[in-house]
Design a protein around this ligand. Structure first.
Ligand code: FES
Length: 204
């Protein structure tokens, strides 16, 4: 049996339901940190509860009410919720976690990676594995053609590159999150134009 920690930010949580369910069905414990900016950003909360052993809710705007005794809730961002959870640990302690899976914005994943290596380091197993889902822009999806999805890794000061369309789930230990942030900014103009088109289609 392996204990897994899922860390989802906003819409990143949509991807974690099926992962949590798969771990639970195999008899593993799942500690699920679900973070949101606003209270009404929360969606499919029953699904999150059904695919986890314990949920730790985090919301920057207010406190999400819990509906199970084992769950926790913090009025904070997800990183501060992880620190607060550690200080008030319940049934699944951080030092029992074998695998961490993180899905969210590049800034959120970077912050989780930093707290994992600093404040929470003494409380985590030294040999835990940690996977991050890299949300790079993608275009051709043909693994090594357009390189829109390329992601820089740094391991022992040596750099290497991964085509994220061939594998989105990458070892967080080596991901260069500043590089990812730069790549995501390349899509900023198209994203703003798309948002304006949707607004116009819906409201005019
Ligand atoms: S999206 Fe084109 S190489 Fe990955």
């Amino acid at each position: 049996m392996k204990n897994t920690m899922l860390v989802g930010g906003g819409v990143g949580n949509a991807v974690l339901f099926s992962i949590g369910r798969a771990f639970i069905e195999r008899g593993n414990k799942v500690l699920y940190f679900a973070g949101y900016k606003k209270l009404n950003d929360v969606f499919k909360r029953t699904l999150i509860e059904n695919t986890s052993s314990t949920v730790v809710w985090a919301c920057e705007e207010g406190l999400i009410e819990t509906s199970r005794v084992q769950d926790k809730s913090f009025h904070s961002n997800i990183v501060d919720a992880m620190i607060s959870y550690q200080e008030n640990t319940s049934d699944i302690s951080l030092n029992s976690i074998d695998k961490i899976i993180v899905i969210g914005s590049d800034k959120m994943m970077k912050a989780v990676n930093e707290v994992r290596k600093t404040i929470l380091k003494p409380y985590l197993k030294s040999d835990h594995t940690v996977i991050s889902s890299v949300n790079s822009p993608m275009q051709c999806m043909m693994k090594e053609i357009c390189a829109r999805c390329i992601q820089r890794h740094v391991k022992a000061e040596e750099e290497s590159f991964v085509y994220s369309c061939s594998n989105q789930d990458q070892n967080m230990e080596f991901i260069d999150f500043d590089f990812l942030n730069g790549r995501l900014r390349q899509n900023s103009l198209q994203e703003k134009l798309t948002a304006e088109w949707i607004k116009m289609c819906l409201y005019t």
